[in-house]
Ligand binder design. Sequence first.
Ligand code: PNS
Length: 162
Amino acid sequence: MRRVVCPGSFDPVTFGHIDIIGRAAKQYDEVVAAVLNNVNKRGLFTVPEKLDMLRQTTAEFDNVRVREFDGLLVDFCRVNGIETIVRSLRSVSDFDYELQIAQMNYRLSGVETVFMTANPRYSFLSSSLVREIAQHGGDVSSLVTPYVEDRLREKFDERRDA
Ligand code: PNS
């Protein structure tokens, strides 16, 4: 069984993430989409909200599981029998950062990192830009699923009402 992890903050999940998860699901037996529960950084969405959106948007893939993790990714890999991390590269600046993390993860644990080039349709896309556009009422319908679009609208409505 070749099981890999697609880790991330997923704040929120975008079409770029879904593209990578779906392509990984074709290459491997099982893909674990793992949401970082970062105690040092509060996101726009809570971890349960991120998990819900990821479950909704990856429901079409039979071999994708959605989980959360905290601490080191390599520890999550060890506990879950995962030997490969899949990460997306959108740009050279992604590569600079990702190379260092990949080498450190390998040094720590022997877990390999496989890089997938981002689909050019989404190479400009990031969760932080989606949050910013949605916050100002911009159109994110080509960047996230309708379900996520609704959650973004709710989140910013809640904040305006608070
Ligand atoms: O979506 P992101 O924010 O680019 O994902 C980054 C993530 C979650 C993959 C990365 O920050 C991570 O693996 N964090 C867990 C802590 C860890 O293992 N750090 C690497 C130490 S070398």
